[in-house]
Design a protein around this ligand. Structure first.
Ligand SMILES: NC(=O)c1ccc[n+]([C@@H]2O[C@H](COP(=O)([O-])OP(=O)(O)OC[C@H]3O[C@@H](n4cnc5c(N)ncnc54)[C@H](OP(=O)(O)O)[C@@H]3O)[C@@H](O)[C@H]2O)c1
Length: 256
């Protein structure tokens, strides 16, 4: 199968890096023929002479364009192949309208970790997508991380939990790092201690033997230090604060 990319920026390049490890044939078309040539050279893929040429040559078209560019690009094309879009906030219904055809359309929401081939990616489809095409789409998303098939109505929640949460997790890491600095560690040392601890903790939890609450109970010795810190976190509303942040993210995403 030949996969064509229209728009090859940060996210499409990360996806292409994952797909290079598969047997899919890849072809790209970026903002100009010159840019297509340059990026094809860097990414070691083929390039098309134009978007329309790419549509003719590819079996599936992946749109790597910014949401605000999508309407003007799609408006000038005769799209005859299945589409896969990663554009934030652009629904399957929007894509059907913009493509002016009753096509199979797949919508995905990757996250920044695609750069490490560890994206958490949501996927959904419209009624025209066959099981075989959807299986292929999931092979594509699995090539740059882990795929979560969810209803389109839940994309806002997914965006909060997977798209925005790296920033919230980074804020927590920064806060722990600052606590180390407050108590006399250099920022570098404090960050190294915190980031290594977070990496090992998530690796352990991902192995699935213990749920987060089991781990919390294991670390909290009776009368010990951890239970004192945990209660302090909850006194200042840690769980409620995190959930309110996710509520605000979903609310904003729904209004955009
Ligand atoms: N980045 C993320 O973390 C992330 C996460 C989830 C979803 N997404 C979605 O992924 C999509 C791409 O985001 P991105 O971060 O990869 O953006 P990006 O780096 O700005 O990439 C967009 C690409 O589209 C190209 N382009 C502009 N006009 C074009 C045209 N008329 N025809 C063909 N290509 C054109 C740009 O080329 P020029 O540079 O020459 O303009 C650029 O290579 C967006 O829809 C975004 O919502 C991104």
């Amino acid at each position: 199968m030949k996969i064509g990319f229209i728009g090859v920026g940060k996210m499409a390049s990360a996806i292409i890096a994952g797909l290079k490890q598969t047997n899919f044939e890849l072809i790209i078309s970026d903002s100009s023929l010159q840019k297509s040539k340059e990026k094809a050279d860097t990414l070691h893929v083929n390039f098309a002479q134009s978007h329309q040429d790419l549509i003719e040559k590819a079996d599936l078209i992946i749109l790597g364009l910014k949401p605000q560019i999508l309407p003007s690009v799609l408006n000038n094309l005769n799209i005859t192949k299945p589409l896969l879009s990663m554009a934030a906030g652009v629904s399957l219904a929007d894509l059907a309208q913009l493509s002016k055809a009753d096509l199979p359309i797949i919508r995905i929401m990757p996250n920044l970790n695609a750069q490490l081939l560890q994206s958490s990616t949501a996927i959904c489809r419209n009624k025209n997508v066959t099981e075989a095409l959807f299986k292929t789409a999931k092979q594509i998303t699995d090539a740059f991380g882990t795929t979560f098939e969810i209803a389109e109505k839940d994309f806002h929640t997914f965006t909060a939990l997977a798209g925005s949460s790296p920033a919230y997790i980074a804020l927590f890491i920064e806060a722990l790092t600052k606590a180390g600095v407050k108590h006399g560690f250099s920022k570098e040392l404090s960050f190294d201690i915190v980031s290594q601890t977070i990496l090992a903790t998530t690796t352990y939890l991902a192995q699935g033997q213990d749920k987060p609450n089991d781990l919390i109970d294991k670390v909290s010795s009776p009368g010990g230090t951890t239970i004192s810190g945990l209660l302090e976190l909850e006194k200042t509303g840690f769980t409620a604060s995190v959930i309110s942040a996710i509520d605000a993210t979903i609310d904003k995403s729904e209004k955009m």
